[in-house]
Design a protein around this ligand. Structure first.
Ligand code: ZN
Length: 306
């Protein structure tokens, strides 16, 4: 049984998680895992990224994975695309929603996509034009990466984050969220930045995408919730890790995030037992890879409603 959703949880493990680990999950396992995720009630899954296979061999089968995910009823199939070429391939494969990473830090932008932030905004404009022409019903979302700090340049000015978010909206994107790519955010900062984002962007203010690198993932999600954010990215088993922080999980753990909200009486629409069960196909597809999560380890408390 699952509750009426009051928050929207978007599962990003098959993209953010799988592209951060060295091993490649075989296609059949990816499909099994995504089916198990959808069975828990997840209505949106980021299933992969459309990037050249020589850069990310883990994502070489993304079109096939999209084809499978599209057969799951009621599921919004989302994919990450870094540019227009990726967007063309993603739309041809039939994704329901596109997400683009735009770095708030100039240093990260150059390192990650070899483009300045301004060049990325130009790329966005081009992706939006393509979307308008080929698939007007497909939302284009931006996650502003390194919005809370950057491993290369350190602090990122909050004014610059907001300025860039507004530039993305002017480029025609439907939603702009904030990503703590490097796990540097703290709850006070999250409250401040999301309050400003929501004031400036209104209904185009998007999801909180938090990493758990330093253990603050849930605290940061709660801080965002407290200032009105209702859309969250997370990954099953906290898959992903961080090359700069050995032993740290990647994204905030979906199972723990759902437990937190449900325990507070905030409906997620998800069945936590089924979510926990979805760890099995993940583990089977990535033998030996660490899988995180406090709730699955501890079990659900006595008297927890089914
Ligand atoms: Zn991430």
């Amino acid at each position: 049984m699952s509750s009426t959703p009051q928050v929207h949880i978007s599962e990003v493990g098959p993209r953010d998680g799988l592209q951060s680990v060295k091993a490649t999950m075989p296609t059949a396992h990816k499909c099994r895992w995504i089916s198990a995720l959808a069975a828990s009630g997840l209505r949106e899954i980021e299933v992969g990224s459309f990037v050249p296979a020589h850069l990310l061999p883990q994502m070489a089968d993304v079109a096939e994975v999209v084809r499978h995910a599209r057969t799951l009823p009621g599921l919004t199939v989302m994919a990450l695309v870094p540019n227009r070429r990726g967007a063309e391939a993603a739309l041809a494969a039939g994704v329901h929603k596109l997400t683009l990473p735009v770095s708030a830090s100039e240093a990260h932008s150059l390192a990650n996509v070899r483009k300045t932030r301004e060049q990325m905004v130009d790329e966005l404009r081009s992706v939006v034009a393509l979307r308008n022409e080929l698939a007007p019903g497909v939302p284009v979302e931006v996650g502003l990466s390194t919005a809370f700090g950057c491993t290369l340049q350190g602090a990122v000015a909050e004014d610059e984050v907001i300025r860039l978010a507004l530039a993305c909206v002017q480029a025609g994107v439907d939603e702009v969220g904030l990503s703590d790519t490097t796990g540097m955010a703290n709850p006070a900062q999250v409250r401040r930045l999301f309050t400003r984002l929501r004031a400036e962007l209104g209904e185009r203010a998007g999801a909180a995408h938090m990493h758990n690198t330093r253990g603050l993932g849930l605290a940061n999600c709660l801080a965002a919730f407290d200032v009105g954010v209702r859309s969250f990215d997370s990954s099953l088993g906290g898959l992903g890790g961080c090359p700069y922080a050995p032993g740290a999980s990647g994204n905030v753990v979906t199972e723990d995030l759902v437990f937190m909200f449900e325990a507070m009486g905030v409906g997620t629409g998800l069945d936590i037992q089924q979510l926990i069960a979805a760890r099995e196909p993940l583990k089977a597809g990535l033998p030996g890879e660490p899988v995180y999560g406090m709730t699955p380890e501890a079990g659900l408390p006595k008297g927890w409603r089914a």
